[in-house]
Design a protein around this ligand. Structure first.
Ligand SMILES: Nc1ncnc2c1ncn2[C@@H]1O[C@H](COP(=O)(O)OP(=O)(O)OP(=O)(O)O)[C@@H](O)[C@H]1O
Length: 281
């Protein structure tokens, strides 16, 4: 069995030239390993470095320092070997072609592509396969990009905000299709602003802020261990604690009333670590 990680980044840094003499460091020496079969969300506010990291993994840009290995080789080898499929936010579609013709055309450029009908079905495009791409909604176009990403039967799917611009129903359907791929053992790495999406679909969340990984763990691990205890005792009070049982027992013994215990959410963690409010899906 090939045990090389799906993605292995070490000391990955990317600096862009900004306006004038200013330099923008989009990624600061990031270390990240994504194992085969993992479903990982890259979560972070605007400008956190999510797209830069994805571009480096796909070999679309070169690191200023550090290395990135993808399924055991360079990003370029992974792309040319059809081992990565990517769904990017924009570009790449011809408006006058039909959905099916687009998939057929790209299939013709690949070695041993998956059958077009199967891929259309997976991406829930069979019903609109004769529709011109220019007439497809934003969500349908994203599903088409997803279909194109599946064609080469990749081991690793990289998605940069795949559901941007989709309504909640479309988003739901999109993740259902994605789950089928994950269940087949495909590694999935996706960038999102949507905390709920990361929480619902990913088994691991890597939280980026200002080009640095500020948290990395399961959705449950990333939720603060703290709970907030509110109570009335000579006025209304609110206390944060990691041991709500002990505090509650003590407060009740002292005659406190109206106890309310609330767990911190992933959103609270996001705000605490990035100083930003996440976007809800
Ligand atoms: N080509 C570029 N030239 C100069 N600066 C860039 C370039 N690409 C990205 N940056 C800067 O690098 C930082 C990280 O950008 P990046 O697009 O990776 O963030 P992001 O997390 O994907 O953000 P968003 O959620 O808004 O898409 C930002 O400050 C951005 O302005």
């Amino acid at each position: 069995m090939d045990t090389t990680a799906a993605v292995h980044a070490e000391g990955l840094r990317k600096t862009f030239r900004g306006t004038g003499d200013r330099q923008v460091t989009a990624l600061h020496d990031v270390d990240l390993t994504v194992d085969r079969g993992e479903i990982v969300a890259l979560l972070g506010p605007n400008g956190a470095g999510k797209t830069t990291l994805i571009d480096l993994i796909l070999g679309l840009t070169k690191p200023t320092a550090g290395t990135v290995t993808v399924v055991g080789g360079t990003p370029r080898q992974a792309v040319t070997g059809q081992r990565i499929g990517a769904v990017m936010q924009t570009g790449g579609l011809l408006p006058d072609m039909t959905v099916e013709a687009t998939v057929t055309m790209i299939a013709a450029t690949l070695t041993g592509p998956r059958p077009v009908a199967e891929v259309l079905e997976h991406a829930k495009l069979t019903g609109i396969r004769r529709q011109r791409v220019g007439r497809c909604s934003g969500g349908e176009q994203q599903r088409l990009r997803f279909a194109l990403a599946l064609l080469g039967d990749p081991e690793l799917l990289i998605l940069d905000e795949p559901t941007a611009g989709m309504d909640p129903a479309n988003r739901h359907e999109f993740w259902d299709s994605m789950r089928v791929q994950a269940d087949r053992g495909v590694t999935v790495l996706f960038a999102t602003h949507y905390l709920q999406e990361a929480q619902d679909f990913a088994r691991r969340i890597v939280l980026l802020d200002g080009g640095t990984v500020v948290a990395d763990g399961t959705p449950a691990e990333l939720q603060d261990g703290d709970v907030v205890v509110e109570y009335d005792l000579d006025g209304h009070h609110s206390v944060t604690t990691t041991d709500s049982d002990a505090l509650a027992a003590d407060l009740l013994a002292r005659g406190a009333t109206n106890l309310r215990i609330t767990a911190q959410t992933l959103d609270d963690t996001f705000i605490r670590l990035t100083g930003n409010r996440s976007e809800e899906s």
